[in-house]
Every structure is written in C-alpha cells, then in structure tokens.
Design a protein around this ligand. Structure first.
Ligand code: GUN
Length: 302
C-alpha cells in the first residue's frame, strides 16, 4: 500500500520532517533484541573489526561512534588504529588475518585511505562474507543481479526509511541525484529491486529540475550544499538528503548542511530528512544490522 501525501487539508498537520535518529534507534533496538539468539547458537558474540588508517578527525569520530554503538547492541568490536604511513602491504596483511579470524564477522576499513594505499585493492581483499560495507565487487554484482548479499549501509538505511514511510514502493517514480559507488549507484539498484521506476541524474544530465520534479521519491547524494530547492520537488514527494557538507556561516562558525535547501524544500515535500539527524544515523545503525546478518550467514555456512 502506498501512502504518498496529497495536498488535501487533512494532510497539512502530518509530520513532514523524517526523524532518522529515532528510526536508527529502532533498528539498533531490533539488532540488540536479536543478538542473544545468535550468541545462544554460536557460543560467541558477533564480531566487528574496524580499521582506521591515519588520524583524519571526521573518520576518528565515525570510528568511535561505530565502536560505541556496537557495544550497545551486543556486538564485540575490535579496533585497529594504523599510522598514516602504513603501507598497502601492511594493511593487506592485517585484512588477511581478519579474514581468517573466526571471531570476526564484519570487517570495516574506514575510507578515505591515505594516498599510498589503493582503495580498490583493499576492498577486493576483504572476504565478501565479511564485507559489511557491501563494497566488494561480488556484493556489488549480487545487488545488481537482485541476489542476496551485503548491501552498503547508507543506501540500506534509505530503503528501510522509505519502506517505513511508504510501505510497498512498487511503481513509484524515484530520481537519484548523484552516481557515486557508495550511495547513488547502490540506492538506484535497491529502488529498482523494490520495483520503482528509477532515473539517475548527475553532473552532465540535462533538464535536472524537470527530471527531479517527476519524482515521488527524490534521493540526493552529491555533496553540494543547497543544490536542491523547492523548484526540484513535486508537491508531496519524499525527499532523502544524503549530503553532509560542513560550511562556514557569516560568523565563521562551521555547521553541517545537506544537499537540499531544507527551509525551501519543507514547504513542498511530503517527507524530508534533515541534516544532521536524518540519513547519517541510519548508516551506523545499518552497519550493526549488516554485522548481525553477516554473523548469521557465516554461522549457517559452517
Ligand atoms: N567513509 C565514509 N562513509 C563510509 C562508509 O560507508 N564506509 C566506510 N568504510 N568508510 C566510509
């Protein structure tokens, strides 16, 4: 059943702002509820290895959040902090050790990596069964073929939020703005697998406003502050803002904004995720969900 809003008066009071923080909490609570059954079957906790190379401050914050949330849901996490001068060979040998370690179900190598390390080589070295980021070509291929596999966390969070809001997405027109490997491409695949009619819009696209205005679901992941305004939005559409941009205001204070002009979009959208507090929290919650999924699948395979 679809629940897209119309412009009728009874809908005016409906909550347009979509609370990703609350929904992420719900997902984490579901994982926490399911972990004890895994522990009973496996005789151990699900294990997540988080690898950080270098000391990028934003990456350090993300890694700390992942470790804390893992502990909260009953996942045992293993932190590997490597120096900024780590060689590719050193990182690959750590990944091989983690691949062989039966107490580890998920391996997350925080990106970006220092320039001496080839990200593709690192991603391809991770055992696809432990690839909780869903970046390995085997998992990319499975998603593309519509087969079960590990799905990237941010796109998975987008899908779960949309299904929570709209129910069955079949037949809805979805426009994805951005074609990154981490968000744009996989969310397009997920929406296609969920029977949406999907269009991808990117920097070379023509008639971007007209394309976006066709969308029942508009997902924006480009990394350009305020790129999308109310002129891009069909009245009542659900708009997911995946952008996280740090900008300086007139006083020189930095703050986070998305790719969507929130104040403009809120007048037209039927649902809109804020930044911060929208899609961001869903990503880490879905990492916990993926780690439990990987743990269960590895247990079944043994
Ligand atoms: N850096 C920014 N987003 C991500 C992500 O989803 N996974 C990893 N591994 N690194 C990131």
């Amino acid at each position: 059943m679809n629940h897209l809003s119309s412009s009728c008066a009874s809908e005016v009071t409906r909550n347009v702002v979509m609370d990703g923080k609350a929904f992420a909490q719900k997902i984490r609570a579901e994982v926490a509820e399911q972990v004890p059954a895994f522990v009973a079957d496996a005789g151990r906790q699900p294990g997540l290895a988080v690898v950080l190379v270098g000391s990028d401050p934003a990456s350090q914050v993300y890694v700390r959040t992942k470790m804390r949330q893992a502990a909260e849901v009953g996942i045992k996490s293993f932190q590997h902090l490597l120096g900024v001068d780590t060689t590719q060979a050193q990182l690959l040998s750590l990944i091989e050790i983690l691949n062989q370690d039966d107490s580890i179900d998920g391996i997350l190598v925080q990106l970006p990596l220092p320039k001496q390390i080839n990200e593709t080589a690192v991603i391809e070295a991770i055992d696809p069964a432990k690839d909780v980021d869903g970046f390995h070509p085997i998992n990319v291929g499975r998603l593309s073929a519509g087969h079960p596999g590990m799905v990237p966390c941010t796109p998975l969070g987008c899908l779960l939020l949309l299904q929570d809001r709209l129910g069955d997405l079949s037949g809805l027109k979805a426009v994805v703005v951005g074609r990154s490997n981490i968000v744009g491409k996989p969310i397009g695949q997920l929406l296609l697998n969920a029977n949406c009619t999907v269009t991808t819009v990117h920097s070379r696209s023509q008639h971007i406003v007209e394309e976006c205005r066709q969308a029942d679901i508009l997902v924006v992941a480009v990394g350009r502050p305020c790129m999308i305004g109310d002129e891009h939005i069909k009245p009542g559409a659900i708009v997911l803002d995946v952008g996280i941009n740090r900008i300086a205001d007139a006083q020189g204070e930095t703050r986070l904004v998305g790719d969507v002009d929130f104040d403009a979009a809120i007048t037209t959208a039927g649902g809109l995720t804020p930044v911060p507090g929208g899609i961001g929290p869903m990503t880490v919650a879905c990492l916990m969900r993926n780690t439990l999924t990987a743990a269960r699948q590895r247990l079944l395979a043994h």
